[in-house]
Design a protein around this ligand. Structure first.
Ligand code: DP6
Length: 321
């Protein structure tokens, strides 16, 4: 009773920030993201009659992570299983730096546990119990169950593939600003924003229009229209966070320098569009043909510690036996 699964991180083009139900981790807004081929997480789950308790190891270090054990409980409840599990994860994402490691981690864990328990893995989006347990671990993670451009619906919380990874030759160029953990994790950050930011209601109210614009731009394969909706969404999210009390600021000076570099690329005729999550890193969406140029422009930003070029990737899948 064991299985190994791999999932790539996903980067939201139209952001999720805020919950309408904390216990079930239901989002206050929908979201639309691109799943990447790497970095990501590979996780093995082994249900074993000899284990007295669940155990979780991440990159060789034993961890007591409540969300991991809750996901295992949900799989056990669904499969009618009592066995404890050994979970072994390898992450190639800088953990907790705001680079979406929780999304690839929760998707890989959910699928590995689901498969190890003998549950069906042919159409992941059609398994609401799997989608729900992955969402409880991390609200952005169900999007990593599917490949390419993926939408998470606010009301049904279902995930749907909008465009397959090979259908549009895009790149996501990621400027990593720091390997330090983020100051405020998403969960308390979302609560603080909802409870204290006077801009929260406006964020939620205008969100559907950004989603619709992004969907239309994808249909038309119009990167400039998609990029404009993407930058609007991230800047509105950060404006809403900055207006919280106390203010929630994930962006650093280097983030703004990178945004200047992206604007300069556009002035030079390169279709390059930026987005930031709950951290200072800048992710730039561009055509494959422009990736080398965008990569160099981000390396030239002083203080950027690493620049990765990622392709659209597949959804979470079983690997090995
Ligand atoms: C800023 O999935 O980390 O990356 O649901 O509280 O676990 P929880 O949050 P998480 O949210 C990440 C939000 C974001 C934007 C996005 O990915 O849509």
């Amino acid at each position: 009773m064991h299985a190994t699964a791999r999932a790539g991180i996903n980067i939201a083009l139209v952001k999720y920030w805020g919950k309408r139900d904390d216990a079930e981790n239901l989002p206050a807004v929908g979201s639309l993201s691109l799943t990447l081929d790497s970095p990501g997480t590979t996780t093995t789950v082994r249900f074993d009659a000899g284990l007295p308790a669940d155990r979780f190891t991440l990159n060789g270090q034993e961890r007591a992570d409540r969300r991991v054990f809750q996901a295992l409980d949900a799989v056990r409840a669904h499969a009618g299983l009592a066995l404890r599990a050994q979970v072994t994860s390898e992450n190639t994402v800088p953990t907790a730096s705001g680079l979406a490691s929780s999304a690839s981690g929760a998707a890989a864990l959910g699928l590995a546990a689901w498969a190890a328990a003998g549950l069906p893995t042919d159409d992941l989006a059609a398994q609401p119990a799997l989608v729900a347990l992955v969402r409880r671990a991390s609200g952005s993670a169900p999007r990593s169950l599917l490949g390419g451009l993926v939408e998470l619906d606010r009301d049904t919380t279902a995930v749907t593939q909008v465009l397959a990874p090979q259908a549009w030759d895009l790149r996501m160029v990621i400027a990593v600003m720091t390997h330090q953990e983020k100051k405020v994790k998403s969960r308390p950050g979302m609560t603080l924003t909802r409870e204290t930011s006077p801009y929260y209601a406006a964020w939620v109210e205008h969100h559907a229009a950004d989603l619709a614009a992004a969907r239309a731009a994808i249909d038309a394969r119009d990167l400039d229209a998609l990029g404009a909706a993407m930058e609007r969404s991230t800047l509105r999210m950060h404006a809403c966070m900055l207006a919280a009390d106390p203010p929630l600021r994930y962006l650093s000076g280097r983030t703004l320098d990178a945004l200047d570099a992206v604007e300069a690329l556009r002035a030079d005729g390169v279709s390059a569009w930026a987005t930031m999550d709950a951290g200072p890193h800048v992710k730039v969406l561009c055509h494959a043909a422009d990736a080398a140029r965008v990569h160099q422009a981000l390396i030239d930003v002083v203080g950027v510690s690493e620049v990765l070029v990622a392709r659209p990737g597949p959804g979470a899948r079983r690997v090995g036996g």
